[in-house]
Design a binder for this molecule. Structure first.
Ligand code: HEM
Length: 185
């Protein structure tokens, strides 16, 4: 793994750095209905270099850490980490994430240019043989993540994201959504 900052990070390049935003909107499940949590957060993307797989696939990689706090009590209520990877030859963007509920996933997708911004779109589905979701037996039985879709739109000083996590919880299917607008720090 080389850690050269002069590597070409392609569509991931615009993410590198520290971001903060306080316009977050979280919709999360409750036994009866849903909770609505306005939030603020920081996300730090660090360029960590390239890797070679099976002597033939070359990925450039960012590591990120996202820390999210409720506006109401200023407490951290979501802590996430993972990698964004770009395979230039196959024109593929990949996003792995872990959250401390014993849920982890690998989402795959594409990047495109749109009106001067870069749009990254990835998704994963439970049981998908390419882009899947892994969770503990407890979560599988009680709060199952069945699908995940995430879009980031990044321009020089603004990062906008929206994500939907589909859950089977409390005997029903629930659309758990999060979105925010962040500025470069
Ligand atoms: C900004 C991002 C996110 C925020 C702020 C957030 C927040 C929340 C909140 C407030 C709950 C309700 C339970 C509680 O009060 O602790 C919840 C539940 C849950 N979230 Fe998230 N979440 C985020 C992203 C994700 C992602 C990316 C996943 C998985 C891919 C995920 C999976 C779950 C699961 C499985 C539950 C059900 C657990 C339960 O309610 O008992 N969340 N989330």
């Amino acid at each position: 793994m080389t850690e050269q900052t002069e590597l070409n990070y392609g569509p991931l390049a615009g993410l590198i750095g520290a971001w903060a935003g306080d316009k977050g909107e979280d919709i999360a499940p409750e036994p009866e209905g849903e909770e609505n949590n306005p939030y603020y957060e920081t996300i730090v993307f660090e360029a960590i270099g390239d890797v070679t797989n099976a002597e033939s696939q070359r990925l450039v990689v960012l590591h990120y850490r996202q820390i999210v706090s409720r506006q109401s009590d200023k407490k951290v209520f979501h802590d996430e980490t993972g990698y964004w990877m770009w395979d230039a030859e196959r024109d593929r963007v990949m996003h792995s994430l872990s959250i401390p509920r014993a849920v982890t996933l690998l989402a795959g997708g594409k990047a495109r240019k749109e009106a001067g911004a870069t749009v990254l779109e990835v998704s994963a589905k439970l049981g998908d043989s390419d882009w899947g979701i892994i969770q503990s037996p407890f979560m599988r039985d009680n709060a199952k993540t069945t699908a995940f879709a995430h879009t980031i739109n990044v321009s020089s000083n603004e990062l906008i994201y929206a994500q939907t996590t589909m859950l089977d919880i409390y005997g029903r299917s629930f659309e758990h959504t999060d979105k925010n607008v962040l500025t470069r720090q």
